[in-house]
Design a protein. Structure first.
Lengths: 158, 436
Protein backbone atom coordinates (compact mmCIF):
# COMPACT_ATOMS: atom_id res chain seq x y z
CA UNK A 1 0.00 0.00 0.00
CA UNK A 2 1.55 3.26 -1.11
CA UNK A 3 0.42 6.67 0.06
CA UNK A 4 1.74 10.04 -1.06
CA UNK A 5 4.72 11.71 0.57
CA UNK A 6 2.40 14.35 1.96
CA UNK A 7 0.29 11.66 3.60
CA UNK A 8 3.33 10.01 5.14
CA UNK A 9 4.67 13.29 6.45
CA UNK A 10 1.34 14.19 8.02
CA UNK A 11 0.94 10.71 9.47
CA UNK A 12 4.42 10.70 11.03
CA UNK A 13 3.72 14.15 12.42
CA UNK A 14 0.36 13.16 13.89
CA UNK A 15 1.84 10.17 15.69
CA UNK A 16 3.79 12.65 17.83
CA UNK A 17 0.64 14.60 18.76
CA UNK A 18 -1.03 12.09 21.04
CA UNK A 19 -0.16 9.79 23.92
CA UNK A 20 -1.73 6.84 22.07
CA UNK A 21 -1.20 5.78 18.47
CA UNK A 22 -4.86 5.07 17.95
CA UNK A 23 -5.77 8.72 18.44
CA UNK A 24 -4.79 9.67 14.90
CA UNK A 25 -7.15 7.07 13.42
CA UNK A 26 -10.18 9.17 12.41
CA UNK A 27 -8.45 11.93 10.42
CA UNK A 28 -5.97 9.39 9.01
CA UNK A 29 -8.80 7.27 7.65
CA UNK A 30 -10.24 10.27 5.85
CA UNK A 31 -6.90 11.27 4.33
CA UNK A 32 -6.26 7.66 3.30
CA UNK A 33 -9.69 7.49 1.70
CA UNK A 34 -9.00 10.70 -0.22
CA UNK A 35 -5.96 9.05 -1.79
CA UNK A 36 -7.23 5.53 -2.30
CA UNK A 37 -10.79 6.50 -3.30
CA UNK A 38 -12.31 4.30 -0.61
CA UNK A 39 -11.28 2.28 2.41
CA UNK A 40 -10.42 -1.00 0.78
CA UNK A 41 -9.47 -4.16 2.66
CA UNK A 42 -5.88 -3.35 1.85
CA UNK A 43 -6.06 0.18 3.30
CA UNK A 44 -7.79 -1.11 6.42
CA UNK A 45 -5.16 -3.81 6.95
CA UNK A 46 -2.37 -1.32 6.40
CA UNK A 47 -3.69 1.26 8.90
CA UNK A 48 -4.62 -1.40 11.45
CA UNK A 49 -1.05 -2.66 11.28
CA UNK A 50 0.47 0.78 11.62
CA UNK A 51 -1.69 1.74 14.60
CA UNK A 52 -1.49 -1.66 16.29
CA UNK A 53 -5.22 -2.24 16.06
CA UNK A 54 -7.24 -5.16 14.79
CA UNK A 55 -8.94 -4.74 11.44
CA UNK A 56 -12.20 -5.07 13.34
CA UNK A 57 -11.29 -2.06 15.50
CA UNK A 58 -10.75 -0.04 12.35
CA UNK A 59 -13.95 -1.28 10.72
CA UNK A 60 -15.95 -0.41 13.84
CA UNK A 61 -14.72 3.14 13.58
CA UNK A 62 -15.31 3.38 9.83
CA UNK A 63 -18.93 2.28 10.15
CA UNK A 64 -19.63 5.09 12.60
CA UNK A 65 -18.54 8.07 10.50
CA UNK A 66 -20.75 9.12 7.60
CA UNK A 67 -17.93 10.42 5.39
CA UNK A 68 -16.03 7.13 5.48
CA UNK A 69 -16.83 4.45 2.95
CA UNK A 70 -15.64 0.94 2.16
CA UNK A 71 -17.13 1.12 -1.32
CA UNK A 72 -15.77 3.08 -4.29
CA UNK A 73 -17.48 6.37 -5.10
CA UNK A 74 -17.41 8.50 -8.19
CA UNK A 75 -14.58 10.93 -8.84
CA UNK A 76 -16.84 13.76 -7.71
CA UNK A 77 -19.13 13.05 -4.80
CA UNK A 78 -22.07 15.44 -5.00
CA UNK A 79 -23.44 15.92 -1.49
CA UNK A 80 -26.75 17.74 -1.37
CA UNK A 81 -27.90 19.05 1.99
CA UNK A 82 -31.64 18.77 2.61
CA UNK A 83 -31.58 19.62 6.29
CA UNK A 84 -33.97 22.28 7.61
CA UNK A 85 -32.23 25.48 6.49
CA UNK A 86 -31.54 24.06 3.03
CA UNK A 87 -34.98 22.44 2.82
CA UNK A 88 -36.64 25.84 3.36
CA UNK A 89 -34.76 27.23 0.38
CA UNK A 90 -35.07 24.39 -2.09
CA UNK A 91 -32.57 21.72 -1.02
CA UNK A 92 -34.98 18.90 -1.81
CA UNK A 93 -35.68 20.24 -5.28
CA UNK A 94 -31.93 20.42 -5.86
CA UNK A 95 -31.55 16.81 -4.81
CA UNK A 96 -34.35 15.71 -7.14
CA UNK A 97 -32.79 17.69 -9.95
CA UNK A 98 -29.38 16.08 -9.39
CA UNK A 99 -30.99 12.64 -9.31
CA UNK A 100 -32.58 13.25 -12.70
CA UNK A 101 -29.60 14.98 -14.21
CA UNK A 102 -27.12 12.32 -13.13
CA UNK A 103 -29.56 9.44 -13.51
CA UNK A 104 -28.65 8.03 -10.11
CA UNK A 105 -30.16 7.92 -6.65
CA UNK A 106 -28.90 8.48 -3.11
CA UNK A 107 -25.44 6.90 -2.77
CA UNK A 108 -25.45 5.93 -6.44
CA UNK A 109 -22.56 6.32 -8.88
CA UNK A 110 -22.76 7.09 -12.59
CA UNK A 111 -21.65 4.21 -14.87
CA UNK A 112 -18.58 6.17 -16.03
CA UNK A 113 -17.55 6.60 -12.40
CA UNK A 114 -17.43 10.37 -12.65
CA UNK A 115 -20.18 11.32 -10.20
CA UNK A 116 -21.72 9.98 -7.04
CA UNK A 117 -24.71 11.49 -5.35
CA UNK A 118 -25.52 11.67 -1.69
CA UNK A 119 -28.22 13.34 0.38
CA UNK A 120 -26.35 14.65 3.40
CA UNK A 121 -27.15 16.20 6.75
CA UNK A 122 -26.24 19.77 7.68
CA UNK A 123 -22.88 20.82 6.21
CA UNK A 124 -22.72 24.17 7.99
CA UNK A 125 -23.83 26.41 5.17
CA UNK A 126 -27.24 27.35 6.59
CA UNK A 127 -26.94 31.08 5.97
CA UNK A 128 -25.98 30.39 2.35
CA UNK A 129 -28.62 27.75 1.66
CA UNK A 130 -29.30 25.74 -0.33
CA UNK A 131 -25.81 24.31 -0.40
CA UNK A 132 -23.97 21.39 -1.91
CA UNK A 133 -20.52 20.00 -1.32
CA UNK A 134 -18.71 18.35 -4.18
CA UNK A 135 -15.92 16.41 -2.51
CA UNK A 136 -14.70 19.16 -0.16
CA UNK A 137 -15.77 22.20 -2.20
CA UNK A 138 -18.77 24.19 -1.07
CA UNK A 139 -21.28 25.55 -3.59
CA UNK A 140 -23.80 27.89 -1.99
CA UNK A 141 -26.91 29.98 -2.66
CA UNK A 142 -27.77 27.50 -5.39
CA UNK A 143 -30.64 27.30 -7.83
CA UNK A 144 -31.33 24.53 -10.30
CA UNK A 145 -29.66 26.61 -13.02
CA UNK A 146 -26.58 27.27 -10.89
CA UNK A 147 -26.42 23.59 -10.01
CA UNK A 148 -26.31 22.71 -13.69
CA UNK A 149 -23.33 25.01 -14.10
CA UNK A 150 -21.60 23.46 -11.10
CA UNK A 151 -22.05 19.96 -12.53
CA UNK A 152 -20.97 21.07 -15.98
CA UNK A 153 -17.82 22.55 -14.47
CA UNK A 154 -16.87 19.21 -12.96
CA UNK A 155 -17.84 17.37 -16.11
CA UNK A 156 -15.32 19.42 -18.06
CA UNK A 157 -12.61 18.79 -15.48
CA UNK A 158 -12.89 15.02 -16.00
CA UNK B 1 -15.54 31.33 0.88
CA UNK B 2 -18.91 31.92 2.47
CA UNK B 3 -20.19 35.46 1.86
CA UNK B 4 -19.86 38.02 4.63
CA UNK B 5 -22.70 40.38 5.47
CA UNK B 6 -23.01 43.35 7.74
CA UNK B 7 -25.63 45.42 9.52
CA UNK B 8 -25.34 48.69 11.39
CA UNK B 9 -26.50 47.11 14.66
CA UNK B 10 -23.61 44.69 14.66
CA UNK B 11 -20.97 44.92 17.38
CA UNK B 12 -17.95 43.25 15.89
CA UNK B 13 -15.77 41.56 18.47
CA UNK B 14 -15.26 37.96 17.39
CA UNK B 15 -15.87 39.01 13.79
CA UNK B 16 -13.75 42.17 13.90
CA UNK B 17 -10.98 40.57 11.83
CA UNK B 18 -13.31 38.91 9.31
CA UNK B 19 -12.40 39.93 5.78
CA UNK B 20 -9.12 41.47 6.99
CA UNK B 21 -6.78 38.71 5.89
CA UNK B 22 -6.02 37.75 9.50
CA UNK B 23 -5.41 34.10 8.63
CA UNK B 24 -2.01 35.50 7.71
CA UNK B 25 0.07 35.65 10.90
CA UNK B 26 1.68 39.03 10.18
CA UNK B 27 -1.69 40.57 9.52
CA UNK B 28 -3.05 38.99 12.71
CA UNK B 29 -0.17 40.57 14.66
CA UNK B 30 -0.99 43.97 13.16
CA UNK B 31 -4.54 43.52 14.42
CA UNK B 32 -3.47 42.99 18.07
CA UNK B 33 -2.82 39.29 17.59
CA UNK B 34 -1.08 37.31 20.34
CA UNK B 35 -1.17 40.30 22.69
CA UNK B 36 -3.81 38.69 24.89
CA UNK B 37 -1.81 35.52 25.46
CA UNK B 38 1.22 37.60 26.45
CA UNK B 39 -0.96 39.41 28.93
CA UNK B 40 -2.23 36.06 30.23
CA UNK B 41 1.37 34.94 30.76
CA UNK B 42 1.86 37.82 33.17
CA UNK B 43 -1.27 36.91 35.15
CA UNK B 44 -1.95 34.33 37.85
CA UNK B 45 -4.12 31.44 36.56
CA UNK B 46 -6.87 32.21 39.05
CA UNK B 47 -6.96 35.81 37.90
CA UNK B 48 -7.50 34.68 34.31
CA UNK B 49 -10.32 32.41 35.43
CA UNK B 50 -11.94 35.16 37.50
CA UNK B 51 -11.67 37.62 34.65
CA UNK B 52 -13.47 35.22 32.30
CA UNK B 53 -16.05 34.44 35.01
CA UNK B 54 -16.74 38.13 35.56
CA UNK B 55 -17.07 38.78 31.84
CA UNK B 56 -20.25 36.71 31.80
CA UNK B 57 -18.98 34.64 28.86
CA UNK B 58 -21.15 31.56 28.43
CA UNK B 59 -20.59 28.58 26.16
CA UNK B 60 -21.41 29.41 22.57
CA UNK B 61 -21.81 25.76 21.58
CA UNK B 62 -25.35 25.67 22.94
CA UNK B 63 -25.48 24.83 26.61
CA UNK B 64 -24.56 28.33 27.75
CA UNK B 65 -22.54 27.26 30.77
CA UNK B 66 -20.25 29.86 32.35
CA UNK B 67 -16.84 29.46 30.72
CA UNK B 68 -14.87 30.73 33.72
CA UNK B 69 -16.82 28.39 35.98
CA UNK B 70 -16.03 25.45 33.72
CA UNK B 71 -12.34 26.27 33.87
CA UNK B 72 -12.47 26.54 37.67
CA UNK B 73 -13.61 22.90 37.93
CA UNK B 74 -10.24 21.64 36.69
CA UNK B 75 -8.20 20.46 39.67
CA UNK B 76 -5.01 22.42 40.35
CA UNK B 77 -2.89 19.31 40.53
CA UNK B 78 -3.61 16.08 38.75
CA UNK B 79 -1.73 12.81 38.31
CA UNK B 80 -2.31 12.92 34.56
CA UNK B 81 -1.68 15.68 31.99
CA UNK B 82 -4.42 18.29 31.56
CA UNK B 83 -5.79 19.21 28.16
CA UNK B 84 -7.77 21.91 26.42
CA UNK B 85 -10.02 20.78 23.61
CA UNK B 86 -11.59 23.19 21.17
CA UNK B 87 -14.87 21.90 19.80
CA UNK B 88 -15.04 22.82 16.14
CA UNK B 89 -17.32 19.96 15.15
CA UNK B 90 -20.00 22.50 14.32
CA UNK B 91 -22.96 20.50 13.03
CA UNK B 92 -26.17 21.59 14.73
CA UNK B 93 -28.53 22.34 11.83
CA UNK B 94 -28.89 26.09 11.52
CA UNK B 95 -25.35 26.78 12.73
CA UNK B 96 -22.55 28.00 10.47
CA UNK B 97 -20.54 30.47 12.55
CA UNK B 98 -17.40 28.60 13.63
CA UNK B 99 -16.75 28.15 9.94
CA UNK B 100 -16.24 31.88 9.54
CA UNK B 101 -13.96 32.07 12.57
CA UNK B 102 -11.74 29.27 11.25
CA UNK B 103 -11.65 30.84 7.81
CA UNK B 104 -11.04 34.46 8.75
CA UNK B 105 -9.42 34.38 12.18
CA UNK B 106 -7.86 30.98 12.94
CA UNK B 107 -5.19 32.45 15.20
CA UNK B 108 -7.83 33.82 17.56
CA UNK B 109 -8.90 30.24 18.24
CA UNK B 110 -5.29 29.19 18.83
CA UNK B 111 -4.86 32.14 21.18
CA UNK B 112 -8.06 31.28 23.03
CA UNK B 113 -6.89 27.70 23.50
CA UNK B 114 -3.55 28.98 24.79
CA UNK B 115 -5.18 31.28 27.32
CA UNK B 116 -7.47 28.49 28.52
CA UNK B 117 -4.42 26.24 28.86
CA UNK B 118 -2.58 28.85 30.92
CA UNK B 119 -5.64 29.30 33.13
CA UNK B 120 -6.00 25.62 33.97
CA UNK B 121 -2.33 24.65 33.90
CA UNK B 122 -2.37 22.55 30.75
CA UNK B 123 0.49 22.10 28.32
CA UNK B 124 -1.41 20.79 25.33
CA UNK B 125 -4.46 21.87 23.38
CA UNK B 126 -6.34 20.27 20.51
CA UNK B 127 -8.46 22.01 17.91
CA UNK B 128 -11.01 19.55 16.51
CA UNK B 129 -12.57 20.57 13.19
CA UNK B 130 -15.32 18.56 11.50
CA UNK B 131 -14.27 16.47 8.50
CA UNK B 132 -16.47 18.31 6.02
CA UNK B 133 -14.55 21.52 6.78
CA UNK B 134 -11.37 20.36 5.01
CA UNK B 135 -10.52 23.78 3.63
CA UNK B 136 -10.77 25.16 7.15
CA UNK B 137 -8.62 22.39 8.56
CA UNK B 138 -6.01 23.34 5.95
CA UNK B 139 -6.19 26.97 7.10
CA UNK B 140 -5.89 25.90 10.72
CA UNK B 141 -2.99 23.53 10.05
CA UNK B 142 -1.13 26.35 8.36
CA UNK B 143 -1.94 28.79 11.17
CA UNK B 144 -0.59 26.35 13.75
CA UNK B 145 2.56 25.70 11.71
CA UNK B 146 3.10 29.46 11.31
CA UNK B 147 2.69 30.04 15.04
CA UNK B 148 5.19 27.25 15.76
CA UNK B 149 7.67 28.69 13.24
CA UNK B 150 7.50 32.03 15.05
CA UNK B 151 7.96 30.38 18.45
CA UNK B 152 4.53 31.49 19.71
CA UNK B 153 3.67 27.90 20.59
CA UNK B 154 5.98 25.07 21.54
CA UNK B 155 8.85 25.37 24.01
CA UNK B 156 9.34 28.41 26.20
CA UNK B 157 6.56 30.52 24.70
CA UNK B 158 7.32 34.24 24.64
CA UNK B 159 10.35 33.60 26.84
CA UNK B 160 8.11 32.63 29.75
CA UNK B 161 9.77 29.30 30.40
CA UNK B 162 6.42 27.64 29.74
CA UNK B 163 5.83 24.96 27.14
CA UNK B 164 2.53 24.75 25.30
CA UNK B 165 1.73 22.53 22.34
CA UNK B 166 -1.26 23.09 20.08
CA UNK B 167 -2.46 20.42 17.65
CA UNK B 168 -5.17 20.18 15.03
CA UNK B 169 -7.52 17.22 14.71
CA UNK B 170 -10.23 16.28 12.24
CA UNK B 171 -13.51 14.42 12.23
CA UNK B 172 -15.10 12.33 9.50
CA UNK B 173 -18.81 13.10 9.61
CA UNK B 174 -20.81 12.75 12.81
CA UNK B 175 -23.12 15.21 14.59
CA UNK B 176 -22.88 13.26 17.82
CA UNK B 177 -19.17 13.98 18.04
CA UNK B 178 -20.06 17.60 18.84
CA UNK B 179 -21.20 16.32 22.24
CA UNK B 180 -18.25 16.81 24.58
CA UNK B 181 -17.69 13.25 25.75
CA UNK B 182 -18.23 11.77 22.28
CA UNK B 183 -15.78 14.36 21.00
CA UNK B 184 -13.12 12.96 23.32
CA UNK B 185 -13.86 9.41 22.20
CA UNK B 186 -13.48 10.50 18.59
CA UNK B 187 -10.20 12.24 19.32
CA UNK B 188 -8.99 9.05 20.96
CA UNK B 189 -9.64 7.23 17.67
CA UNK B 190 -12.92 5.56 18.54
CA UNK B 191 -16.59 5.62 17.60
CA UNK B 192 -18.14 8.82 18.92
CA UNK B 193 -20.16 7.34 21.74
CA UNK B 194 -20.85 9.45 24.83
CA UNK B 195 -19.32 8.68 28.20
CA UNK B 196 -21.36 8.45 31.34
CA UNK B 197 -20.91 11.35 33.72
CA UNK B 198 -19.76 11.84 36.42
CA UNK B 199 -16.82 11.90 36.25
CA UNK B 200 -17.00 15.12 34.23
CA UNK B 201 -14.32 15.92 31.63
CA UNK B 202 -12.88 18.65 33.86
CA UNK B 203 -11.77 15.85 36.18
CA UNK B 204 -11.45 12.80 33.89
CA UNK B 205 -11.30 13.66 30.21
CA UNK B 206 -8.95 12.96 27.33
CA UNK B 207 -6.83 9.88 28.06
CA UNK B 208 -8.03 10.14 31.65
CA UNK B 209 -6.61 13.61 32.23
CA UNK B 210 -8.61 16.69 33.28
CA UNK B 211 -9.93 18.37 30.14
CA UNK B 212 -11.54 21.69 29.36
CA UNK B 213 -13.82 21.55 26.33
CA UNK B 214 -15.06 24.79 24.80
CA UNK B 215 -16.71 25.75 21.55
CA UNK B 216 -14.55 27.53 18.96
CA UNK B 217 -16.51 30.80 19.25
CA UNK B 218 -16.21 30.72 23.03
CA UNK B 219 -12.44 30.36 22.81
CA UNK B 220 -12.15 32.98 20.07
CA UNK B 221 -13.96 35.42 22.41
CA UNK B 222 -11.44 34.94 25.21
CA UNK B 223 -8.51 36.99 23.81
CA UNK B 224 -10.84 39.97 23.35
CA UNK B 225 -11.98 39.68 26.97
CA UNK B 226 -8.39 39.64 28.20
CA UNK B 227 -7.53 42.80 26.29
CA UNK B 228 -10.82 44.65 26.77
CA UNK B 229 -11.54 43.62 30.34
CA UNK B 230 -14.37 41.76 32.02
CA UNK B 231 -16.47 44.82 32.70
CA UNK B 232 -16.39 46.01 29.10
CA UNK B 233 -17.35 42.58 27.79
CA UNK B 234 -20.10 42.00 30.35
CA UNK B 235 -21.49 45.46 29.58
CA UNK B 236 -22.03 44.60 25.93
CA UNK B 237 -24.72 42.07 26.78
CA UNK B 238 -27.42 41.61 29.38
CA UNK B 239 -26.98 40.61 33.05
CA UNK B 240 -25.27 37.19 33.31
CA UNK B 241 -25.05 37.04 29.50
CA UNK B 242 -21.87 38.84 28.61
CA UNK B 243 -20.70 40.03 25.25
CA UNK B 244 -21.85 39.42 21.74
CA UNK B 245 -22.44 36.33 19.71
CA UNK B 246 -22.54 35.26 16.12
CA UNK B 247 -26.14 34.70 15.11
CA UNK B 248 -26.61 32.57 11.99
CA UNK B 249 -29.78 33.76 10.28
CA UNK B 250 -31.17 31.25 7.81
CA UNK B 251 -34.38 30.13 6.18
CA UNK B 252 -36.97 32.30 4.44
CA UNK B 253 -35.31 35.66 5.02
CA UNK B 254 -34.37 38.42 2.60
CA UNK B 255 -30.88 38.76 4.06
CA UNK B 256 -29.73 35.55 5.68
CA UNK B 257 -26.18 35.60 6.98
CA UNK B 258 -24.00 35.47 10.06
CA UNK B 259 -24.28 38.66 12.13
CA UNK B 260 -22.52 39.51 15.37
CA UNK B 261 -25.01 41.12 17.71
CA UNK B 262 -25.02 41.91 21.41
CA UNK B 263 -26.41 39.23 23.69
CA UNK B 264 -30.00 40.15 24.40
CA UNK B 265 -30.72 41.60 20.96
CA UNK B 266 -34.44 41.42 20.25
CA UNK B 267 -35.40 38.43 18.11
CA UNK B 268 -38.22 40.20 16.29
CA UNK B 269 -35.86 43.00 15.32
CA UNK B 270 -33.24 40.46 14.32
CA UNK B 271 -35.67 38.90 11.88
CA UNK B 272 -37.35 42.03 10.57
CA UNK B 273 -34.41 44.42 10.41
CA UNK B 274 -31.12 42.54 10.46
CA UNK B 275 -32.39 39.63 8.41
CA UNK B 276 -34.38 41.96 6.15
CA UNK B 277 -37.77 40.39 6.92
CA UNK B 278 -39.48 37.43 5.30
CA UNK B 279 -38.64 36.84 1.65
CA UNK B 280 -41.09 36.95 -1.26
CA UNK B 281 -43.58 39.09 0.68
CA UNK B 282 -44.68 36.11 2.74
CA UNK B 283 -45.62 36.00 6.39
CA UNK B 284 -43.68 34.63 9.32
CA UNK B 285 -44.92 31.27 10.52
CA UNK B 286 -42.39 30.16 13.12
CA UNK B 287 -38.80 30.55 14.30
CA UNK B 288 -36.36 27.93 15.52
CA UNK B 289 -34.24 30.25 17.67
CA UNK B 290 -31.04 28.35 18.48
CA UNK B 291 -30.38 25.43 16.15
CA UNK B 292 -32.65 22.51 15.27
CA UNK B 293 -32.74 21.11 18.80
CA UNK B 294 -34.46 24.16 20.26
CA UNK B 295 -38.26 24.36 20.60
CA UNK B 296 -39.99 26.39 17.91
CA UNK B 297 -41.40 29.84 18.70
CA UNK B 298 -44.59 31.31 17.23
CA UNK B 299 -44.78 34.81 15.75
CA UNK B 300 -46.38 36.10 18.96
CA UNK B 301 -43.52 34.68 21.04
CA UNK B 302 -40.59 36.37 19.34
CA UNK B 303 -40.56 39.70 21.11
CA UNK B 304 -37.78 38.26 23.23
CA UNK B 305 -34.22 39.22 24.16
CA UNK B 306 -31.79 36.76 22.63
CA UNK B 307 -29.84 35.78 25.71
CA UNK B 308 -29.74 32.40 27.41
CA UNK B 309 -32.08 33.29 30.27
CA UNK B 310 -34.70 35.26 28.33
CA UNK B 311 -35.09 32.63 25.61
CA UNK B 312 -35.35 29.95 28.29
CA UNK B 313 -38.13 31.97 29.92
CA UNK B 314 -39.90 32.12 26.56
CA UNK B 315 -39.91 28.33 26.52
CA UNK B 316 -37.03 27.63 24.18
CA UNK B 317 -33.23 27.86 24.17
CA UNK B 318 -30.64 30.25 22.79
CA UNK B 319 -28.62 27.18 21.83
CA UNK B 320 -25.94 27.54 19.21
CA UNK B 321 -27.12 30.82 17.68
CA UNK B 322 -28.74 29.26 14.64
CA UNK B 323 -31.93 31.24 13.95
CA UNK B 324 -34.00 29.37 11.36
CA UNK B 325 -36.94 31.37 10.05
CA UNK B 326 -39.98 29.66 8.51
CA UNK B 327 -42.51 31.38 6.28
CA UNK B 328 -46.22 30.57 6.03
CA UNK B 329 -45.77 28.10 3.19
CA UNK B 330 -43.93 25.64 5.41
CA UNK B 331 -45.64 22.40 6.35
CA UNK B 332 -44.86 21.95 10.04
CA UNK B 333 -45.38 18.19 9.94
CA UNK B 334 -42.82 17.97 7.20
CA UNK B 335 -40.49 20.31 9.08
CA UNK B 336 -40.86 18.18 12.21
CA UNK B 337 -40.19 15.06 10.14
CA UNK B 338 -37.03 16.53 8.58
CA UNK B 339 -35.81 17.56 12.02
CA UNK B 340 -36.37 14.12 13.49
CA UNK B 341 -34.96 12.38 10.43
CA UNK B 342 -31.72 14.15 11.20
CA UNK B 343 -31.63 13.05 14.84
CA UNK B 344 -32.56 9.49 13.90
CA UNK B 345 -29.66 9.45 11.43
CA UNK B 346 -27.24 10.93 13.93
CA UNK B 347 -28.22 8.97 17.03
CA UNK B 348 -25.18 6.85 17.84
CA UNK B 349 -27.41 4.01 18.98
CA UNK B 350 -25.65 3.63 22.31
CA UNK B 351 -28.69 4.11 24.51
CA UNK B 352 -32.14 2.78 23.85
CA UNK B 353 -34.47 5.74 24.52
CA UNK B 354 -32.63 7.77 21.89
CA UNK B 355 -32.04 5.01 19.35
CA UNK B 356 -35.58 3.63 19.50
CA UNK B 357 -37.26 6.92 20.27
CA UNK B 358 -35.87 8.79 17.27
CA UNK B 359 -36.62 5.81 15.03
CA UNK B 360 -40.25 5.55 16.12
CA UNK B 361 -40.72 9.30 15.88
CA UNK B 362 -39.39 9.22 12.35
CA UNK B 363 -41.65 6.31 11.40
CA UNK B 364 -44.72 7.93 12.93
CA UNK B 365 -44.05 11.33 11.41
CA UNK B 366 -43.34 9.80 8.01
CA UNK B 367 -46.66 7.99 8.16
CA UNK B 368 -48.35 11.22 9.16
CA UNK B 369 -46.85 13.29 6.43
CA UNK B 370 -47.90 10.70 3.87
CA UNK B 371 -51.50 10.95 5.04
CA UNK B 372 -51.69 7.62 6.88
CA UNK B 373 -51.57 9.06 10.37
CA UNK B 374 -54.23 8.39 12.98
CA UNK B 375 -55.52 10.78 15.56
CA UNK B 376 -53.97 8.82 18.42
CA UNK B 377 -50.58 9.20 16.75
CA UNK B 378 -50.57 12.89 17.62
CA UNK B 379 -50.56 12.09 21.30
CA UNK B 380 -48.24 9.18 20.69
CA UNK B 381 -45.62 11.43 19.16
CA UNK B 382 -45.71 13.67 22.19
CA UNK B 383 -45.72 10.71 24.61
CA UNK B 384 -42.74 9.11 22.89
CA UNK B 385 -40.76 12.34 22.91
CA UNK B 386 -41.57 13.07 26.55
CA UNK B 387 -40.34 9.63 27.51
CA UNK B 388 -36.97 10.27 25.91
CA UNK B 389 -36.35 13.42 27.92
CA UNK B 390 -33.62 13.07 30.50
CA UNK B 391 -33.28 9.33 29.91
CA UNK B 392 -30.21 9.30 27.67
CA UNK B 393 -26.44 9.34 28.21
CA UNK B 394 -26.04 12.57 26.29
CA UNK B 395 -28.26 15.46 25.22
CA UNK B 396 -28.98 14.08 21.72
CA UNK B 397 -32.12 12.40 22.97
CA UNK B 398 -33.35 15.67 24.46
CA UNK B 399 -32.29 17.52 21.32
CA UNK B 400 -34.67 15.32 19.31
CA UNK B 401 -37.47 15.28 21.85
CA UNK B 402 -37.70 18.96 22.81
CA UNK B 403 -38.45 20.41 19.37
CA UNK B 404 -40.83 17.52 18.60
CA UNK B 405 -42.93 18.23 21.69
CA UNK B 406 -43.10 21.90 20.71
CA UNK B 407 -44.15 21.10 17.13
CA UNK B 408 -47.03 18.97 18.34
CA UNK B 409 -48.12 21.36 21.08
CA UNK B 410 -47.96 24.50 18.97
CA UNK B 411 -49.13 23.11 15.63
CA UNK B 412 -51.62 20.46 16.68
CA UNK B 413 -54.16 21.72 14.15
CA UNK B 414 -51.70 21.19 11.36
CA UNK B 415 -51.18 17.60 12.48
CA UNK B 416 -54.95 17.11 12.52
CA UNK B 417 -55.19 18.54 9.02
CA UNK B 418 -53.03 15.65 7.83
CA UNK B 419 -55.47 13.00 9.08
CA UNK B 420 -57.81 10.69 7.16
CA UNK B 421 -55.56 9.85 4.28
CA UNK B 422 -55.58 13.31 2.81
CA UNK B 423 -52.48 14.29 0.94
CA UNK B 424 -50.40 16.88 2.78
CA UNK B 425 -52.54 20.04 2.64
CA UNK B 426 -49.49 22.28 2.92
CA UNK B 427 -47.10 20.50 0.58
CA UNK B 428 -48.21 22.29 -2.59
CA UNK B 429 -47.22 25.57 -1.03
CA UNK B 430 -43.75 24.34 -0.29
CA UNK B 431 -42.54 23.17 -3.63
CA UNK B 432 -43.31 26.01 -5.97
CA UNK B 433 -41.59 29.16 -4.74
CA UNK B 434 -38.74 27.55 -2.86
CA UNK B 435 -36.09 28.34 -5.44
CA UNK B 436 -35.61 32.04 -5.95
Amino acid sequence: MKFSEEFEKRFADMLTHYPTKRSCLVPTLLYAQDEAGYLSDEVIAELAGRLELTELDVRNVISYYSMLTTKPRGQYNVQVCTNIACMLRGGEELLEHCKKKLGIGHKGTTPDGQFSLEEVECIGACSWAPAVQVNYDFHENLTVEKMDKVLAGYQEKK
Amino acid sequence: MADLVSHSDEVKIVSRRFGQGAANLDRYLELDGYKAVQKALSMQPDDIINLVKNSGLRGRGGAGFSTGMKWSFVPKTAPKPKYVLCNGDESEPGTCKDRLIFEHDPHSVIEGVMIAALAVGSQAGYIYIRGEYRYLSNIMQKAIADAYARGFIGKNIFGSGRDLEIYWHGGAGAYEVGEESALMESLEGKRGIPRIRPPFPAVVGLWGGPTVINNAETLASVPHILLGGAEWYAGLGTPKNGGTRLFCLSGNLNKPGVYELPMGYNLKKMIEEVGGGIANGRKLKAVVPGGSSTPVLLPNEIDVAMDFDSVAKAGSMLGSGGVVVLDDTTCMVKFALRTIKFYQHESCGWCIPCREGTDWLKKTLTRFHHGAGQKKDIDNIQYLAENMLGRTFCPLGDAAAMPTIAFVKKFRQEFEDHLDGKPCPYEKNVAEPALA
